[in-house]
Design a protein around this ligand. Structure first.
Ligand code: NDP
Length: 332
Protein backbone atom coordinates (compact mmCIF):
# COMPACT_ATOMS: atom_id res chain seq x y z
CA UNK A 1 0.00 0.00 0.00
CA UNK A 2 1.17 3.51 -0.84
CA UNK A 3 2.23 5.21 2.41
CA UNK A 4 0.75 8.60 1.55
CA UNK A 5 -2.84 9.49 0.74
CA UNK A 6 -3.58 12.88 -0.83
CA UNK A 7 -7.33 12.51 -1.37
CA UNK A 8 -10.09 10.02 -0.62
CA UNK A 9 -13.80 9.39 -1.10
CA UNK A 10 -16.29 10.59 1.51
CA UNK A 11 -18.72 7.90 0.34
CA UNK A 12 -18.12 5.44 3.28
CA UNK A 13 -19.39 8.09 5.72
CA UNK A 14 -22.37 9.34 3.71
CA UNK A 15 -25.74 8.58 5.29
CA UNK A 16 -24.09 7.54 8.55
CA UNK A 17 -24.59 9.25 11.89
CA UNK A 18 -21.25 10.36 13.33
CA UNK A 19 -21.06 11.00 17.08
CA UNK A 20 -18.20 13.26 18.08
CA UNK A 21 -17.53 12.52 21.74
CA UNK A 22 -15.97 15.60 23.35
CA UNK A 23 -16.34 19.15 22.02
CA UNK A 24 -12.89 20.44 23.03
CA UNK A 25 -9.79 21.33 20.96
CA UNK A 26 -10.19 18.59 18.38
CA UNK A 27 -13.88 17.74 18.79
CA UNK A 28 -15.10 21.22 17.99
CA UNK A 29 -13.06 21.71 14.81
CA UNK A 30 -13.55 18.17 13.53
CA UNK A 31 -17.32 18.33 14.08
CA UNK A 32 -17.66 21.72 12.37
CA UNK A 33 -15.56 20.77 9.34
CA UNK A 34 -17.44 17.48 8.90
CA UNK A 35 -20.76 19.32 9.05
CA UNK A 36 -19.49 21.77 6.39
CA UNK A 37 -18.57 18.72 4.31
CA UNK A 38 -22.21 17.59 4.40
CA UNK A 39 -21.84 14.80 6.96
CA UNK A 40 -24.42 14.05 9.63
CA UNK A 41 -22.73 14.91 12.94
CA UNK A 42 -24.09 14.78 16.49
CA UNK A 43 -22.20 15.54 19.71
CA UNK A 44 -21.82 13.53 22.91
CA UNK A 45 -20.53 15.44 25.92
CA UNK A 46 -20.93 15.68 29.68
CA UNK A 47 -23.30 18.47 30.66
CA UNK A 48 -21.09 21.52 31.08
CA UNK A 49 -19.62 24.42 29.14
CA UNK A 50 -18.67 22.44 26.02
CA UNK A 51 -22.14 20.85 25.97
CA UNK A 52 -23.69 24.33 25.95
CA UNK A 53 -21.22 25.58 23.32
CA UNK A 54 -22.09 22.70 20.97
CA UNK A 55 -25.82 23.47 21.34
CA UNK A 56 -25.15 27.16 20.70
CA UNK A 57 -23.26 26.20 17.54
CA UNK A 58 -26.30 24.35 16.25
CA UNK A 59 -25.52 20.70 16.97
CA UNK A 60 -27.81 18.06 18.46
CA UNK A 61 -26.05 17.25 21.74
CA UNK A 62 -26.59 14.17 23.90
CA UNK A 63 -25.16 12.42 26.89
CA UNK A 64 -22.12 10.36 25.73
CA UNK A 65 -23.86 6.97 25.88
CA UNK A 66 -26.97 8.30 24.14
CA UNK A 67 -24.91 9.77 21.28
CA UNK A 68 -23.06 6.48 20.74
CA UNK A 69 -26.40 4.62 20.74
CA UNK A 70 -27.70 6.86 17.92
CA UNK A 71 -24.49 6.63 15.87
CA UNK A 72 -22.82 4.38 13.29
CA UNK A 73 -19.43 6.02 13.81
CA UNK A 74 -17.98 7.58 16.98
CA UNK A 75 -14.94 9.80 17.38
CA UNK A 76 -13.36 9.61 20.85
CA UNK A 77 -12.08 13.17 21.26
CA UNK A 78 -11.71 13.45 25.02
CA UNK A 79 -8.40 13.68 26.91
CA UNK A 80 -6.36 10.47 26.69
CA UNK A 81 -6.03 10.08 30.46
CA UNK A 82 -9.80 9.87 31.08
CA UNK A 83 -10.63 7.95 27.90
CA UNK A 84 -10.36 4.45 29.37
CA UNK A 85 -12.79 5.19 32.20
CA UNK A 86 -15.36 6.92 29.97
CA UNK A 87 -14.99 4.18 27.37
CA UNK A 88 -15.58 1.39 29.88
CA UNK A 89 -18.48 3.06 31.68
CA UNK A 90 -20.39 4.69 28.85
CA UNK A 91 -19.30 3.33 25.49
CA UNK A 92 -18.22 -0.33 25.69
CA UNK A 93 -21.63 -1.64 26.87
CA UNK A 94 -23.31 -0.04 23.84
CA UNK A 95 -20.74 -1.26 21.32
CA UNK A 96 -21.39 -4.91 22.28
CA UNK A 97 -24.91 -4.58 20.88
CA UNK A 98 -23.95 -2.97 17.56
CA UNK A 99 -23.80 -5.01 14.38
CA UNK A 100 -21.29 -2.78 12.65
CA UNK A 101 -19.54 0.22 14.12
CA UNK A 102 -16.55 2.44 13.49
CA UNK A 103 -14.61 3.82 16.44
CA UNK A 104 -12.13 6.58 15.61
CA UNK A 105 -9.27 7.84 17.79
CA UNK A 106 -7.16 10.99 17.31
CA UNK A 107 -4.22 9.47 19.17
CA UNK A 108 -2.81 5.95 19.38
CA UNK A 109 -2.05 5.86 23.12
CA UNK A 110 -4.97 3.97 24.73
CA UNK A 111 -5.33 1.33 22.03
CA UNK A 112 -1.58 0.88 21.44
CA UNK A 113 -0.93 0.13 25.12
CA UNK A 114 -3.99 -2.13 25.52
CA UNK A 115 -5.91 0.21 27.85
CA UNK A 116 -8.89 0.17 25.47
CA UNK A 117 -9.75 -3.01 23.55
CA UNK A 118 -12.88 -2.53 21.41
CA UNK A 119 -15.02 -5.63 20.79
CA UNK A 120 -14.41 -7.75 17.67
CA UNK A 121 -17.38 -6.28 15.75
CA UNK A 122 -15.94 -2.75 15.82
CA UNK A 123 -13.68 -1.22 13.15
CA UNK A 124 -11.01 0.51 15.21
CA UNK A 125 -9.32 3.30 13.30
CA UNK A 126 -7.04 6.23 14.04
CA UNK A 127 -6.89 9.58 12.28
CA UNK A 128 -4.37 11.54 14.31
CA UNK A 129 -3.88 15.20 13.37
CA UNK A 130 -0.33 16.56 13.60
CA UNK A 131 -1.81 19.95 14.45
CA UNK A 132 -3.62 21.62 17.35
CA UNK A 133 -7.32 22.39 16.96
CA UNK A 134 -6.91 26.13 16.39
CA UNK A 135 -4.25 25.53 13.75
CA UNK A 136 -6.58 23.15 11.93
CA UNK A 137 -9.35 25.76 11.82
CA UNK A 138 -6.96 28.50 10.60
CA UNK A 139 -5.72 26.29 7.77
CA UNK A 140 -9.26 25.21 6.92
CA UNK A 141 -10.38 28.84 6.64
CA UNK A 142 -7.53 29.42 4.18
CA UNK A 143 -8.75 26.41 2.15
CA UNK A 144 -5.74 24.31 3.18
CA UNK A 145 -5.41 20.82 4.62
CA UNK A 146 -3.00 19.49 7.27
CA UNK A 147 -1.08 16.28 8.09
CA UNK A 148 -2.65 13.26 9.79
CA UNK A 149 -1.40 9.77 10.62
CA UNK A 150 -3.80 6.90 9.83
CA UNK A 151 -4.02 3.56 11.59
CA UNK A 152 -6.27 0.51 11.69
CA UNK A 153 -6.13 -1.73 14.75
CA UNK A 154 -9.14 -3.87 13.90
CA UNK A 155 -10.76 -4.30 10.49
CA UNK A 156 -14.07 -5.97 11.32
CA UNK A 157 -15.93 -4.87 8.18
CA UNK A 158 -13.06 -5.21 5.71
CA UNK A 159 -13.54 -1.47 5.01
CA UNK A 160 -11.66 0.04 7.95
CA UNK A 161 -8.94 1.70 5.82
CA UNK A 162 -11.65 3.25 3.60
CA UNK A 163 -13.29 4.66 6.72
CA UNK A 164 -9.99 6.03 8.02
CA UNK A 165 -9.28 7.76 4.68
CA UNK A 166 -12.85 9.08 4.47
CA UNK A 167 -12.51 10.51 7.99
CA UNK A 168 -9.26 12.23 6.99
CA UNK A 169 -11.18 13.86 4.16
CA UNK A 170 -14.25 14.60 6.31
CA UNK A 171 -12.18 16.48 8.90
CA UNK A 172 -10.46 18.55 6.20
CA UNK A 173 -6.96 17.04 6.38
CA UNK A 174 -7.07 16.02 2.70
CA UNK A 175 -7.05 17.24 0.00
CA UNK A 176 -4.55 20.00 0.60
CA UNK A 177 -2.74 18.20 3.39
CA UNK A 178 -1.37 14.68 3.63
CA UNK A 179 -2.49 11.44 5.30
CA UNK A 180 0.29 8.97 6.10
CA UNK A 181 -0.41 5.26 6.54
CA UNK A 182 0.88 4.43 10.02
CA UNK A 183 -0.42 2.57 13.09
CA UNK A 184 -1.65 3.21 16.63
CA UNK A 185 1.69 1.92 17.96
CA UNK A 186 3.81 4.11 15.68
CA UNK A 187 1.76 7.21 16.49
CA UNK A 188 2.07 6.61 20.23
CA UNK A 189 5.81 5.95 19.93
CA UNK A 190 6.50 9.09 17.88
CA UNK A 191 4.32 11.33 20.01
CA UNK A 192 5.90 10.15 23.26
CA UNK A 193 9.43 10.16 21.80
CA UNK A 194 9.11 13.90 21.17
CA UNK A 195 7.66 14.47 24.63
CA UNK A 196 10.37 12.39 26.34
CA UNK A 197 13.46 13.43 24.40
CA UNK A 198 13.96 16.54 22.31
CA UNK A 199 11.28 18.66 24.02
CA UNK A 200 12.55 18.14 27.61
CA UNK A 201 16.18 18.19 26.46
CA UNK A 202 15.53 21.55 24.76
CA UNK A 203 13.68 22.94 27.80
CA UNK A 204 16.36 21.60 30.15
CA UNK A 205 19.13 23.10 28.00
CA UNK A 206 17.40 26.50 27.93
CA UNK A 207 16.96 26.42 31.72
CA UNK A 208 20.62 25.43 32.19
CA UNK A 209 21.71 28.23 29.82
CA UNK A 210 19.66 30.72 31.83
CA UNK A 211 21.03 29.54 35.20
CA UNK A 212 24.67 29.55 34.03
CA UNK A 213 24.44 32.89 32.19
CA UNK A 214 22.67 34.69 35.05
CA UNK A 215 24.26 33.06 38.12
CA UNK A 216 27.78 32.37 36.87
CA UNK A 217 28.36 35.12 34.29
CA UNK A 218 26.26 37.95 35.78
CA UNK A 219 24.10 38.37 32.67
CA UNK A 220 20.78 40.13 33.29
CA UNK A 221 17.75 37.79 33.32
CA UNK A 222 16.08 39.99 30.69
CA UNK A 223 18.96 39.69 28.24
CA UNK A 224 19.19 35.93 28.82
CA UNK A 225 15.46 35.32 28.33
CA UNK A 226 15.28 37.46 25.20
CA UNK A 227 18.22 35.61 23.69
CA UNK A 228 17.05 32.09 24.55
CA UNK A 229 13.35 32.34 23.60
CA UNK A 230 11.40 35.47 24.57
CA UNK A 231 12.37 37.46 21.45
CA UNK A 232 10.44 35.08 19.20
CA UNK A 233 13.56 34.09 17.23
CA UNK A 234 13.10 30.48 18.34
CA UNK A 235 9.55 30.50 16.96
CA UNK A 236 10.86 31.93 13.68
CA UNK A 237 13.47 29.14 13.45
CA UNK A 238 10.73 26.56 14.09
CA UNK A 239 8.69 28.07 11.24
CA UNK A 240 11.70 27.96 8.90
CA UNK A 241 12.42 24.33 9.88
CA UNK A 242 8.84 23.37 8.93
CA UNK A 243 8.94 25.34 5.68
CA UNK A 244 12.50 24.78 4.41
CA UNK A 245 13.88 21.81 6.33
CA UNK A 246 16.07 21.54 9.42
CA UNK A 247 19.43 21.83 7.61
CA UNK A 248 18.36 24.03 4.68
CA UNK A 249 17.15 26.76 7.03
CA UNK A 250 20.65 27.02 8.53
CA UNK A 251 21.74 29.22 5.62
CA UNK A 252 19.68 32.04 7.20
CA UNK A 253 22.11 32.05 10.15
CA UNK A 254 25.69 33.35 10.20
CA UNK A 255 28.62 31.11 9.29
CA UNK A 256 29.75 31.28 12.93
CA UNK A 257 26.32 30.02 13.99
CA UNK A 258 26.35 27.24 11.38
CA UNK A 259 29.83 26.11 12.46
CA UNK A 260 28.84 26.10 16.16
CA UNK A 261 25.64 24.19 15.53
CA UNK A 262 27.20 21.53 13.29
CA UNK A 263 30.25 20.86 15.48
CA UNK A 264 28.19 20.55 18.68
CA UNK A 265 25.43 18.50 17.04
CA UNK A 266 27.98 15.85 16.03
CA UNK A 267 29.88 16.16 19.33
CA UNK A 268 26.78 15.41 21.45
CA UNK A 269 25.04 13.09 18.99
CA UNK A 270 26.13 9.76 20.54
CA UNK A 271 25.19 10.92 24.02
CA UNK A 272 21.76 12.07 22.87
CA UNK A 273 21.18 8.94 20.80
CA UNK A 274 21.70 6.76 23.90
CA UNK A 275 19.07 8.78 25.76
CA UNK A 276 16.67 8.49 22.81
CA UNK A 277 17.21 4.71 22.56
CA UNK A 278 16.51 4.21 26.26
CA UNK A 279 13.37 6.35 26.15
CA UNK A 280 12.08 4.69 22.97
CA UNK A 281 12.49 1.22 24.53
CA UNK A 282 10.69 2.35 27.68
CA UNK A 283 7.80 3.65 25.57
CA UNK A 284 7.61 0.72 23.14
CA UNK A 285 7.54 -2.02 25.80
CA UNK A 286 4.67 -0.27 27.64
CA UNK A 287 6.72 0.76 30.69
CA UNK A 288 5.86 4.44 30.33
CA UNK A 289 2.12 3.69 30.00
CA UNK A 290 2.37 1.70 33.28
CA UNK A 291 4.29 4.52 34.97
CA UNK A 292 1.68 7.11 33.89
CA UNK A 293 -1.27 4.92 34.96
CA UNK A 294 0.31 4.45 38.43
CA UNK A 295 0.95 8.21 38.70
CA UNK A 296 -2.70 8.94 37.88
CA UNK A 297 -3.95 6.30 40.36
CA UNK A 298 -1.77 7.86 43.10
CA UNK A 299 -3.31 11.32 42.49
CA UNK A 300 -0.48 12.84 40.38
CA UNK A 301 2.13 13.35 43.19
CA UNK A 302 5.20 13.57 40.93
CA UNK A 303 3.37 15.67 38.36
CA UNK A 304 2.32 18.33 40.90
CA UNK A 305 5.72 18.33 42.65
CA UNK A 306 7.58 18.94 39.39
CA UNK A 307 5.14 21.64 38.28
CA UNK A 308 5.80 23.39 41.59
CA UNK A 309 9.58 23.11 41.05
CA UNK A 310 9.23 24.52 37.54
CA UNK A 311 7.08 27.54 38.43
CA UNK A 312 9.24 28.34 41.47
CA UNK A 313 12.43 28.36 39.40
CA UNK A 314 14.43 31.56 38.92
CA UNK A 315 13.78 31.40 35.21
CA UNK A 316 9.99 31.19 35.60
CA UNK A 317 10.02 34.13 38.03
CA UNK A 318 12.21 36.23 35.72
CA UNK A 319 9.96 35.35 32.79
CA UNK A 320 6.91 36.60 34.67
CA UNK A 321 8.60 39.95 35.33
CA UNK A 322 9.77 40.37 31.74
CA UNK A 323 6.41 39.36 30.26
CA UNK A 324 4.66 41.95 32.46
CA UNK A 325 6.97 44.62 30.99
CA UNK A 326 6.32 43.29 27.48
CA UNK A 327 2.54 43.23 28.22
CA UNK A 328 2.29 39.56 27.36
CA UNK A 329 -0.01 36.97 28.87
CA UNK A 330 1.11 36.24 32.46
CA UNK A 331 -0.56 33.43 34.46
CA UNK A 332 -0.85 34.01 38.20
P1 NDP B 1 -9.68 18.42 25.20
O1 NDP B 1 -8.93 18.50 26.47
O2 NDP B 1 -9.86 19.68 24.42
O3 NDP B 1 -11.06 17.68 25.42
C1 NDP B 1 -12.04 18.24 25.97
C2 NDP B 1 -13.30 17.40 25.82
O4 NDP B 1 -13.28 16.29 26.70
C3 NDP B 1 -14.38 18.31 26.21
O5 NDP B 1 -15.52 18.06 25.47
C4 NDP B 1 -14.52 17.96 27.67
O6 NDP B 1 -15.80 18.25 28.14
C5 NDP B 1 -14.32 16.46 27.65
N1 NDP B 1 -13.96 15.99 28.98
C6 NDP B 1 -12.94 16.41 29.77
N2 NDP B 1 -12.94 15.74 30.94
C7 NDP B 1 -13.99 14.90 30.87
C8 NDP B 1 -14.51 13.93 31.77
N3 NDP B 1 -13.94 13.69 32.98
N4 NDP B 1 -15.60 13.24 31.38
C9 NDP B 1 -16.17 13.45 30.17
N5 NDP B 1 -15.72 14.35 29.29
C10 NDP B 1 -14.64 15.06 29.62
O7 NDP B 1 -9.07 17.27 24.31
P2 NDP B 1 -8.32 17.38 22.95
O8 NDP B 1 -9.26 17.80 21.90
O9 NDP B 1 -7.06 18.14 23.18
O10 NDP B 1 -7.90 15.86 22.74
C11 NDP B 1 -8.82 14.91 22.23
C12 NDP B 1 -8.04 13.82 21.52
O11 NDP B 1 -7.36 14.41 20.42
C13 NDP B 1 -6.98 13.16 22.39
O12 NDP B 1 -6.91 11.80 22.03
C14 NDP B 1 -5.69 13.88 21.98
O13 NDP B 1 -4.54 13.09 22.19
C15 NDP B 1 -5.98 14.07 20.49
N6 NDP B 1 -5.22 15.15 19.87
C16 NDP B 1 -5.28 16.41 20.41
C17 NDP B 1 -4.64 17.46 19.80
C18 NDP B 1 -4.86 18.85 20.29
O14 NDP B 1 -5.03 19.73 19.48
N7 NDP B 1 -4.92 19.10 21.59
C19 NDP B 1 -3.80 17.25 18.60
C20 NDP B 1 -3.88 15.91 18.07
C21 NDP B 1 -4.54 14.90 18.72
P3 NDP B 1 -16.04 19.28 29.33
O15 NDP B 1 -14.86 20.22 29.41
O16 NDP B 1 -17.28 19.90 28.90
O17 NDP B 1 -16.06 18.42 30.52
Amino acid sequence: MDKTVLDASLEPLKGKTIAVIGYGNQGRVQANIMRENGLNVIIGNVKDRYYDLAIKEGFEVYDIGEAVKKADVAFLLIPDEIMKEIYEKKIAPILEGKKEFVLDFASGYNVAFGLIRPPKNVDTVMVAPRMVGEGIMDLHKQGKGYPVLLGVKQDASGKAWDYAKAIAKGIGAIPGGIAVISSFEEEALLDLMSEHTWVPILFGAIKACFDVAVKEYGVSPEAALLEFYASGELAEIARLIAEEGIFNQMVHHSTTSQYGTLTRMFKYYDLVKEIVKDEAKYIWDGSFAKEWTLEQQAGYPVFYRLWELAVQSEMAKAEKELYKILRRKVSE
